[in-house]
Design a protein around this ligand. Sequence first.
Ligand SMILES: Nc1ncnc2c1ncn2[C@@H]1O[C@H](COP(=O)(O)OP(=O)(O)OP(=O)(O)O)[C@@H](O)[C@H]1O
Ligand SMILES: [Mg+2]
Length: 508
Amino acid sequence: MAAGLAIEMRDITKIFPGVIANDKARLEVARGEIHALLGENGAGKSTLMSILFGLYEPDEGRIFIRGEEVRIRSPNDATALKIGMVHQHFKLVHNFTVTENIVLGLEPKNKWGSLDLSGADKRVAELSAAYNLAVDPKVRIENITVGMQQRVEILKILYRDADILIFDEPTAVLTPQEIDELLAIFQRLKAEGKTIVFITHKLKEIKAAADRCTVLRRGKYIATLEVAAASEQELAEKMVGRAVTFRIEKKPAAPKEAVLRVENLTVIGAKGVPAVRNLSLEVRAGEVVGVAGVDGNGQSELAAAISGLLPVKSGRILLKGRDISRESIRNRNESGLGLVPEDRHKHGLVLDFRVDENLILKNFRTRRFSNAWGFLQFPAIAGHAADLIAQFDIRAGNGPGTPAKSMSGGNQQKIIIAREIDVSPDLLVVSQPTRGLDVGAIEYIHRRIVEERDKGRAVLLISFELEEILSLCDRIAAVSKGSVVGLVDAQDADERRIGALMGGIADG
Ligand SMILES: Nc1ncnc2c1ncn2[C@@H]1O[C@H](COP(=O)(O)OP(=O)(O)OP(=O)(O)O)[C@@H](O)[C@H]1O
Ligand SMILES: [Mg+2]
């Protein structure tokens, strides 16, 4: 057993009812290394890391930590072994402060037995300085950005002395700037001798940050590669088992009449002040219009107002010429609006429902799925589910009856996209559609969005990924502080020009 290994997982098998999530999977991570874990949606990455953190016990296999064989039965065992994990969906208490969250469960007491946060504040300040993890210890979680919440999660595991740090898709919810900061933090942790394992679908990040990369496919170990010697193309091929094209083939757009018109829209955001300010925008049939901007510049509220999740303060939203600003969500859907929401758990799925049920959430009342007496037509529902599962390659372990909550993150996202595209709405609003998807799935979803456009649908795409915006859109609206600050044709745009517009630098 090599002494230089921080983690060795040998032949790990984990079976859920009907699904082999890990099938003799292997992982070897050297001490002080940054190791990426790559694989398609549903390949078993989160499961393998959950086993390492003691959330699941493997059915078979052995684990060695720093050369010693261990059994990790719970996260407490993992913490005792100095293993910490930052989950994709953060587990912070929103009305607690930063420090309160960090010390939760290990609250320091003074000699009279009451809570003493002054010592904790000092320790948190030290850790935050040592690793350059800027946080504001006294602020409540609900008032800080996602990037800062993640730093709190990292401080939380450092406070518990972790020296093996696991991150499950840490960059999925971050803006490009925050991603750069996180990758810099990884380097600092490494310089301090920490070992890092991180899951990501973004090959660029692997190239930028990882020393080595282990690839899983359908639960099995495929390879471990030296990142410096592997191209993005090679990584992608190892992962999906075939060549992947990174370019989207598309004809020039042939836009027709306006389908969506947003006129002087103002929407009040969560903080009680306008998040969308006097914004105007048009999307025509047969075009994809992108909204590009740094997170927090009104994009989420714009999508929420169009879909009916947030009220309109002033201005109008017209769908095919009709004012829908005050319509119910259901009426909007029935008038031809499709929506892929930013928050898939809150607004996209009913997690306790099955896949087939989630796939008809929007149209189970139609004659396609219900008869004249309102009874659901199960053969039609089953056929529809089988069709979409095949088209979108949704990996539901137990087929259409699988509960959405037991599916991998990327496969949950595919359910929503399949449902919304399938009805081919006149207007498709998609927010961060490929978040958490593997490169093969992204390729497919992008192609389907372009197909919708070519069928004459209007598509509004909101994305923090400039690359996605540039490759899919025909026109791009840069937003800043809730307003459109520049509107350009995609053929005249590049990352720098859009970036400059987003930063509020006038176009010229
Ligand atoms: N608690 C569970 N119950 C039943 N099946 C599960 C459970 N957790 C995961 N699975 C199944 O195990 C397989 C692997 O899932 P896992 O979440 O590890 O994939 P992943 O590689 O992390 O995918 P993604 O990139 O989409 O997050 C999937 O088929 C998933 O549906
Ligand atoms: Mg996962």
